[in-house]
Write a protein that binds this ligand. Sequence first.
Ligand code: ADP
Ligand code: MG
Length: 155
Amino acid sequence: MSAVTLYAADEEAMLVLGARLAALTEGRGIICLHGDLGAGKTTLSRGIVRGFGHQGAVKSPTFTLVEPYELDDARIFHFDLYRLADPEELEFLGIRDYFAADALCLIEWPQRGAGVLPKADLDITISPHEAGRALLLQPHSARAEAWCAALSAAL
Ligand code: ADP
Ligand code: MG
């Protein structure tokens, strides 16, 4: 499957990219977000959640590990596993319910849940690029491949 690199020159461009990706997913799938602290993982997540019409805040759910958004056209679960001490803790959260087929899961720091998290449709790695960010998108499913193709075609 072919990887795609996209660029977001500023925070606003990141939000636009998130909203575009949101529309493509139709509210289904598992997206893992990689990158250092401050890379822009939560910003991209905010763009995705707002893409489904959410008007309020979207912050990293650091202490609760997961923040649910029940929206008209999607159920989104936004994870930040930075403070997860042991992947086994995810079992106590009842993660199987979160990864239901009709939900969209966004996961920051997925490596903390290695071995317990299901396989991602898409890995997105965010890194600094000039004054903005580069986003490397690596699809692992047919639907994610289609999302990547559509995003790169729209450039
Ligand atoms: P993370 O969740 O990866 O720790 P955040 O999403 O909280 O990172 O973003 C950290 C900072 O990066 C914020 O101040 C945000 O405004 C900024 N930022 C996000 N995306 C971009 C971008 N494409 N270009 C420049 N700055 C960005
Ligand atoms: Mg974050």
